[in-house]
Design a protein around this ligand. Structure first.
Ligand code: GLN
Ligand code: ZN
Length: 758
């Protein structure tokens, strides 16, 4: 039988129940039993829904309390030594300590490093590898959940595992670098044991995700795939090997030849490769075609999908399965609860639940014929036609500006600008600043919500926000910071805030997607040409500047980040959409300058994550990404200082492009890596100013003055001190005021101590 299935379902819950429960548990407001009850409820609801919609297999183990890579790490017993895990079951508290940074005694320990999951905006916790580590099955979570799922959906329950090679690849050597592949032989018996246990519990299929098959792999790694999967043979158990996020390319033959019962491929991002896979994959193996876009929210062109699938079905018969391209983790849960989107726009979209329906429709069309689903196909056809024709999508004046792009170069090079900026800003050595946001208290969130719901009027709202801004300005003067910010109280999210004020963007009420742990984002939907009807930030920033004689930093989100963190239209190249946003931001930058703001930060935390997975595609992307930033920034005068900010990124391989942004100052996240990330800038002799973060804002731990001094001394060995800034790793919106008071007071003290020394 042709099967309809998915690789994973969003775990956060339609109303972010997972987030609420986890955070309540961390705060001690609910106990573990209650947390577990929330988890059980969510899983049950999701499984039931998938079964009711008609999926033939239902993933189990896609649920997670924080991150599925961390789940795998716990399952393998690979707890870093500093968490003092005695061996045996990795309990939930140990698990959360790894994510959040704490020893069992409660004393601070650095949390596990966090980084982007491939080219998504999901973050995983990096496995820590050392040459003499041992592995053992150490978590019952997957087995418990399988038992739970079997009680509800029976044999449809299909466990999901992150494969051994991808887990290793995503891990990071601790201390001296060594060949991570040497750990494979120790890992495989544990995977073998896991598979055996799943089979004993009644699983007929296990889905093993090996997304690294979409990457450029060294030959040794490619070869290791055969070795690994020949070892992972359990009688009576079939493996579905899942690859996604891109073409298999030079890994195609390896993937097709592996001794597994089925192969899932991403037929959205690797559409051109599908027939080749069908040629190479032996006929007795299941080919799972990921034809529904798991990374975006557009309704699928079902006719086109069927044109691709039907010939494959002819060739492969029942061994052809239909699925979304990747786990639905990356899309919101259900379009049905969106009551504010207009009907036309809504008809163009599909969220996780709708994608499951589309998957089932395709399956039915294949096995029963198109007539069996004629009505559904017709609805889909009409929606697509309306999107294609809509006047909301195309705006001639935006098109025209795109044809005549302005200069993307500042009038003078950095050394000249530096003089002008020094004269204007009068900053001390090692100037101190923050990245933008200050704690978003419940009161702030409540007020924003009240305004949005119409419960309070604009005057009351503006008054409240102004008082917040005044409060934050006063705080910063109290700490003794040099370049101040307004604190971003009016922003729920750095992309949504701007998108809401730009034409061409649409917003959902509940379109949440997990970013990391309990943090979720609600990406805007870019459906049409982008334009800025009016200034977006000028009133807030000039008000903040009016309260202080110190420089106030205007705060914008960069074009690439707006693009990366949105659901982007799929009817024109991403480049064009990005340039349209850049033009809108350029106007905002110039308005800020015009209003007397001397420092403007354009955040681009997502620049690196936008890199294509394959090297061969990098240059084309970097070309338009850097260009977009420069178009946004380059219109200002010499004495206007442009900052940019990026978080958790490796910079080595793109450092020349970072330099090409030509921001006067870049602030980066470095504290967790103990300034290692600065090496790229040092080796490149990065010419402009840098603020390496000295305060890890992702952890509740507050660094001491000595720790920050030590980090800065380390930074000063790498970068001339005259070009260093002192700042936290990122915005402070998730922290609490007492922590921020303490941390920033200490940070300023550290900077002052060092000023005396240099
Ligand atoms: N200005 C933003 C803030 O401080 C930057 C956030 C980010 O880089 N992710 O919140
Ligand atoms: Zn950041």
């Amino acid at each position: 039988m042709t099967c309809a299935h998915i690789l994973g379902f969003p775990r956060i819950g339609l109303r972010r129940e997972m987030k609420q429960a986890v955070e309540a548990y961390w705060n001690g407001d609910i106990d573990r039993a209650e947390l577990q009850r929330t988890g059980t409820g969510l899983r049950r609801r999701h499984w039931q829904l998938q079964q009711d919609t008609g999926l033939d297999f239902i993933p189990v183990g896609d649920f997670s309390w924080y991150d599925h890579v961390l789940d795998t790490t716990a399952l393998l017993g690979a707890v870093p030594p500093r968490f003092e895990h005695p061996g045996g079951e990795v309990d939930l508290d140990t698990y959360f300590r790894m994510a959040r940074g704490r020893a069992p005694t409660g004393s601070p320990q650095p949390a596990c490093e966090m980084t982007k999951w491939f080219d998504t905006n999901y973050h995983y916790l990096v496995p820590e590898l050392h040459p003499d580590m041992a592995f053992a099955v150490s978590s019952a979570k997957l087995f418990d959940e399988l038992a739970e799922a079997r009680a509800i959906v029976g044999d449809k329950a299909r466990p999901v595992l992150l494969g051994p090679l991808s887990w290793l690849w995503l891990g990071k050597c601790q201390g001296e670098t060594f060949d991570k592949l040497t750990l494979l032989d120790r890992l495989l018996p544990v995977y073998g044991e896991i598979l055996q246990r799943l089979q004993t519990q009644g699983a007929a299929w296990v889905q093993i995700d090996e997304p690294i098959l979409a990457l450029d792999l060294p030959t040794a790694w490619r070869a290791a795939f055969s070795r690994a999967y020949h070892t992972l043979q359990v009688p009576g158990l079939k493996l579905l090997l899942a690859s996604y996020f891109g073409p298999l390319a030079d890994n195609l033959r390896t993937a097709c030849d592996l001794p597994v019962a089925g192969l899932h491929v991403d037929a959205v991002r690797a559409a051109g490769e599908l027939n080749l896979v069908a040629d190479w994959l032996p006929a007795h193996k299941v080919l799972s075609v990921g034809i529904i876009d798991g990374r975006n929210i557009w309704r699928t062109d079902l006719d086109r999908a069927l044109e691709i699938l039907e010939p494959l079905r002819q060739r492969r018969g029942d061994a052809l399965w239909v699925a979304p391209s990747c786990s639905l983790l990356h899309v919101p849960v259900d379009l049905a609860v969106e009551s504010k989107l207009d009907g036309e726009l809504k008809s163009w979209l599909a969220f996780a639940v709708q994608k499951i329906e589309e998957t089932v429709t395709l399956k039915r069309a294949l096995s029963e014929g198109r007539d069996a689903v004629a009505e559904v196909l017709e609805t889909s056809r009409r929606a697509l036609a309306s999107r294609r024709k809509s006047a909301r999508v195309t705006r001639p004046e935006v098109r025209e500006r795109l044809q005549n792009l302005p200069a993307d170069q500042r009038a003078n090079p950095y050394p000249v600008r530096r003089q002008a900026q020094r004269a204007r800003l009068q900053l001390p050595l090692l100037p101190t600043t923050t990245i933008g946001s200050f704690p978003q208290t419940p009161e702030i969130r409540r007020t924003r919500r009240a305004f949005k719901n119409g419960d309070i009027g604009e005057a009351e709202y503006v008054d409240f926000m102004r008082r917040q801004i005044a409060f934050v300005v006063e705080k910063q003067e109290g700490y003794g910071l040099d370049v101040l910010v307004h604190g971003e109280p009016e922003r729920n999210d750095m992309v949504e805030y701007f998108g809401e004020q730009l034409d061409g963007f649409a917003f959902t009420e509940n379109g949440w997607v997990q970013s990391y742990g309990s943090r979720c984002v609600k990406p805007p939907i870019i459906y049409g040409d982008v334009a800025r009807p009016r200034a977006m930030t000028v009133d807030w920033i000039t008000y903040a500047q009016s309260l202080t004689t110190r420089p106030m930093k205007g705060m914008l989100t960069g074009p690439v980040t707006m693009l990366q963190w949105s659901f982007v239209r799929d009817d024109q190249p991403r480049r064009d959409t990005c340039l349209q946003i850049a033009l809108a931001l350029r106007d905002e930058v110039l308005d800020l300058e015009q209003a007397g703001i001397g420092v403007i930060q354009i955040d681009e935390p997502a620049l690196r994550e936008g890199l294509p997975l394959r090297r061969g595609d990098w240059d084309a992307y970097l070309d338009w990404a850097v260009r977009s930033f420069r178009i946004a920034a380059a219109g200002v005068r010499d004495e206007t200082q442009i900052h940019t900010h990026m978080c958790y990124a490796e910079f080595n391989d793109i450092i020349e492009h970072i330099a090409a942004l030509d921001a006067d100052v870049i602030t980066i996240e470095t504290s967790r890596s103990k300034m290692e990330l600065l090496d790229a800038f040092a080796d490149f002799e990065y010419p402009n100013e840098i603020g390496p973060g000295v305060y890890d804002i992702h952890s509740p731990n507050i660094p001491t003055v000595e720790e920050m001094v030590a980090l800065l001394e380390k930074a000063a060995e790498k970068i001339p001190v005259a070009r260093l800034w002192v700042n936290p790793d990122c915005g402070l919106k998730t922290r609490r005021w007492p922590e921020v008071d303490e941390a920033l007071t200490r940070m300023v003290a550290a900077a002052r101590l060092l000023r005396e020394r240099y």
